[in-house]
Design a protein around this ligand. Structure first.
Ligand SMILES: Nc1ncnc2c1ncn2[C@@H]1O[C@H](COP(=O)(O)OP(=O)(O)OP(=O)(O)O)[C@@H](O)[C@H]1O
Ligand SMILES: O=P(O)(O)OC[C@H]1O[C@H](OP(=O)(O)OP(=O)(O)O)[C@H](O)[C@@H]1O
Ligand SMILES: [Mg+2]
Length: 322
């Protein structure tokens, strides 16, 4: 009886949005042991267990296979997992926690705008000072891979535990690699991002472990959860549009290319058309139906659209079964 274990951020900037994300999918997270108990559950889903962890722990536990699903930043997935392709499967981006991992140098370095410029400075620096440029960061893996891709080898990493942006002014490094959202911390420290210095555009993702034990109830619980998540995502972006259209064929010819879908298949000629329509296209779609003889068009906001195929679950199942 393997239960499905989901790691969710117990603190920090991803915590609140994560709770909202589950609530949106109709999944209520409960903490029976109270705030200080780091295990929880999802109401009504007995085969699921919640592990409250920090965002960075979630990335590590996914790699180790001690949790099945986790919500964490893509930056942490790529930083703390050496071979993400082998160990995890990225299920879907979640639309919150945006942040870029960037290479930033002092604004005073007016001749340095690109990674190529930085490469030149790095060689010069070594010749002139007899030591290498120092890069302060906690993104050691991402930094090494990115600098190697740009052919830069003359540098030294100074591992930073926090307040990385302060390192150049403090004299403990020449430049930094760190995460930024609004840019205000970089600005406050007189640093600028190199033009081609964005290493990774991160946001929170739902990530699955390929190392976890997917036997027992784990996979079917995953399906239950991903069905709801996908059903809610599809519903959020769409509207149900219904109308009695005398010229059914003509109407279909117009609305399908717009991106509308015959959600219950073809109606009989002259019958009621049921369309699933991208939210933004509802006015155009309704116009077209009226042009083909509808006297009224009703538009409803669906809560969920469940489908026999699931674009989130199917690729995961293929990987863990294969
Ligand atoms: N402005 C931001 N600055 C830093 N991280 C951000 C920002 N916006 C979103 N994030 C995301 O949040 C993650 C960090 O979250 P948080 O600091 O809560 O967790 P943590 O680093 O695991 O905790 P701790 O720093 O206590 O170890 C980042 O890795 C990134 O994915
Ligand atoms: O571009 P901005 O919007 O200014 O945000 C980026 C800053 O926020 C984070 O620091 P945090 O407050 O999490 O402190 P920490 O580095 O000690 O975790 C991050 O490490 C940057 O320093
Ligand atoms: Mg932090």
């Amino acid at each position: 009886m393997t239960r499905l274990i989901i790691g969710i951020p117990s603190k920090g900037r991803l915590q609140e949005n994560t709770a909202e994300f589950f609530a949106g999918a109709g999944l209520k997270i409960v903490q029976p042991g109270g705030d200080r108990n780091y295990r929880g559950a999802i109401k009504g889903l007995d085969s699921v267990e919640i592990a409250f962890l920090s965002a960075s722990e979630i990335a590590r536990e996914l790699a180790a296979g001690s949790i099945h699903f986790g919500i964490t930043g893509l930056d942490l997935v790529h930083e703390s997992i050496a071979t993400p392709d082998k160990l995890v499967h990225v299920v879907t981006p979640l639309g919150f926690g945006p942040a870029d991992v960037v290479v930033a140098v002092p604004k005073a370095w007016i001749d340095v705008e690109t990674m190529a410029d930085l490469g030149d400075v790095a060689s010069d620096f070594r010749n002139r000072h007899g030591r290498r440029l120092r890069v302060a960061t906690k993104y050691v893996t991402l930094t090494r891979a990115f600098f190697a891709r740009h052919g830069i080898a003359d540098y030294w990493i100074v591992e930073s535990a926090g307040a990385t942006e302060g390192a150049p002014a403090a004299g403990s490094a020449e430049l930094i690699v760190d995460i930024t959202t609004t840019g205000s911390t970089l600005e406050a420290n007189a640093l600028k991002i190199l033009a081609d210095g964005v290493i990774l555009k991160s946001q929170a993702h739902l990530v699955a472990s390929l190392k976890a034990d997917w036997s027992g109830e784990a996979l079917s619980a995953a399906r239950t959860i991903l069905d709801r998540v996908a059903a809610e995502e599809t519903a959020r972006g769409s509207r149900l549009v219904r109308a009695h259209v005398p010229d059914t064929r003509g109407a279909i010819k117009d609305v399908l290319p717009m991106g509308a879908e015959l959600i219950y298949g073809l109606p009989v000629e002259g019958g009621v058309l049921s369309l699933l329509c991208p939210r933004d296209l509802v006015p155009d779609c309704s116009q077209a139906l009226i042009a083909h003889g509808a006297t009224a068009v009703s538009v409803e906001k669906p809560d969920y659209i469940f489908r026999s195929t699931n674009r989130l679950y199917d690729p995961l199942a293929a990987k863990v079964n294969g």
